[in-house]
Design a protein around this ligand. Structure first.
Ligand code: MN
Ligand code: ZN
Length: 507
């Protein structure tokens, strides 16, 4: 359960009498009631019943405020006469063009209006709304409520964040909503897990600590194996180890396995994450401005860990293997140099042109390892890989690169459904000449033009024939603009997208 919101679904008939007979020992104890209104402030039956004598007051207030029930608008009434609530929110629903994830957004919107810890009752009598949509609404509430304030020692004086907000959601079909809500609870936990990993400072969340937090997933039944540097050397992951060789903090790889399919031997699907816990750029050091954001250069690995949390918590009927590469990229006497040539696990040699193009070195060894060892149905990697993807797509879409049309189309569809959108960009042999090296098999940068594409083209050399997709999340995994369901710097982007992909096609 989310530590920011405690929620339960209840039947409509529990609401009206409780709210009315609850008495009023003093202001603040009766809490907030939320009702929904369609076009021209049309109310559902349960809301009408609850408001009863106060209907005229609400209609008058709506007219004065010119509230017409449009989506993303709200009529906010404090202590309205005749209503058994300290505060009544009438939330607009009417949209000319309904969005696929409208109820998720609605939940976020409503939570954005709530804040203080007073109890909340939502009368969810939305015409034609399914149990899935009621559950999406609840998920939206929870995602919006996430906070990362563990390093703030002074509390706010408006009561925000003191205790979890307790929300009752009254629905027509409690059992159905609870069933749909269970999967959403797993998702909100997974997203919050990912967000916190991204938000943690790099002096706290270094590779060994990241790996330790991932081992906590064992409680959910995830099998976790952590490989230390000696093990990585022995396997031959020289490209990955070389990235961390200038850091005091040791590198780690964590392999997570979830076997939920009816056939325990069914081929797994695979996820791979870039986990550069801090990226200074190494010897090719970055400029100082904004370098603090490079604590988030592990957002790909955080998403993969959050996804494993979500899949395990909801008992997904699928076999999954996930590999995350955890390193710190630092300048030091032992750091790798531009001009170095490393031999990757695949046997291909890589000339280091720029030590700041380190994520693809981590991924190269992981992708090769996963396809060779586990023979997965597909591999999807997530990485805050290039600034160039923000130049191309801003913060709206993640870049999608793939050698497989079916996988790409499925990802695109899941993106539309969840609002975690992906946009496909090309890879192909024409780009190979940009990364061919004078001295080795490949070089680790392809110059300024098509920087996200040449990074993906580099990765493709390490996937063999496995169906593969690469998601460049540099613009979406951290520092993305806040929206109705995310107010956190680390967004947890991708957990909901990939959970949907799995649920729709691989269970
Ligand atoms: Mn870098
Ligand atoms: Zn990086």
């Amino acid at each position: 359960m989310s530590s920011f919101v405690s929620s339960e679904f209840v039947p409509f008939d529990q609401i009206a009498p409780t709210a009315r007979e609850g008495g009023a020992p003093g202001p603040g104890t009766r809490g907030t009631v939320v009702v929904f209104a369609g076009q021209d402030v049309a109310l559902g039956g349960a809301s009408t019943h609850f408001l009863e004598a106060a209907l005229g007051t609400v209609k008058d207030a709506a007219a004065i405020a010119r509230f017409k029930g449009k989506s993303a608008t709200v009529l906010d009434l404090i202590a309205p006469a005749g209503v058994a609530a300290d505060r009544l929110l009438v939330v607009g629903l009417h949209a000319e063009k309904p969005q696929p994830n409208a109820f998720l957004t609605l939940g976020g919107f409503v939570m954005g209006k709530l804040k203080q810890a007073a109890p909340v009752t939502v009368i969810f009598d939305v015409p034609d709304a399914s149990n899935e949509q009621a559950a999406d609404f609840m998920l939206g509430l929870k995602l919006r409520a996430y906070r990362f304030d563990r390093y703030k020692t002074k509390k706010k004086d408006d009561g925000e964040g003191e205790a979890p907000v307790s929300v009752r959601i009254a629905v027509a079909d409690v059992g159905g909503a609870q069933l749909a809500g269970g999967r959403r609870d797993a998702l909100s936990e997974g997203v919050d897990f990912a967000r916190t990993l991204v938000n943690e400072p790099p002096n706290v969340l270094f590779p060994v600590e990241f790996a330790r937090r991932v081992t906590e997933l064992q409680k959910l039944g995830v099998d976790v194996e952590v490989l230390d540097e000696a093990a990585l050397e022995k396997i031959g992951m020289r490209a990955l180890v070389a990235v961390g060789q200038g850091a005091e903090h040791q590198s780690r790889v964590a392999i997570m396995r979830w076997n939920g399919a009816a056939d325990a031997d069914a081929k797994p699907i695979a996820f791979v994450g870039k986990g550069v816990c801090f990226d200074s750029g190494g010897i090719s050091i970055k400029p100082a401005a904004g370098m603090e954001d490079m604590k988030g250069d592990m957002a790909g690995a955080a998403c993969v860990a959050g996804l494993m949390h979500a899949l395990a918590a909801r008992n997904a009927k699928v076999n999954v293997v996930a590999a995350i590469g955890l390193v710190e990229n630092m300048p030091d006497g032992n750091a790798q140099r531009p001009g170095d040539i490393v031999t990757s696990l695949s046997g291909q040699t890589i000339e280091i042109i720029n030590t700041d193009a380190e994520g693809r070195l981590v991924l190269a060894d992981l992708l090769w390892y996963v396809q060779d060892k586990y023979k997965p149905v597909f591999m999807i990697d997530l990485a805050t890989l290039t600034g160039a993807i923000i130049v191309a797509l801003a913060h709206e879409y993640a870049g999608l690169f793939s050698n497989n049309d079916e996988l790409s189309e499925r990802l695109f569809a899941a993106g539309t459904q969840t609002g975690e959108k992906v946009w496909r960009l090309p890879v192909g042999p024409a780009y190979d000449k940009l990364i061919d090296s004078k001295f080795a098999d490949v070089k680790n940068t392809g110059g300024r033009h098509g920087g996200s594409i040449t990074a993906a083209q580099f990765l493709q050399r390490f996937v063999n024939d496995t169906p593969w997709a690469h998601l460049d999340i540099a613009g979406t995994g951290m520092g993305s603009p806040h929206d109705e369901t995310n107010q956190s710097w680390g967004s947890g982007w991708g957990v909901r997208l990939l959970d949907r992909l799995v649920a729709d096609h691989y269970e």
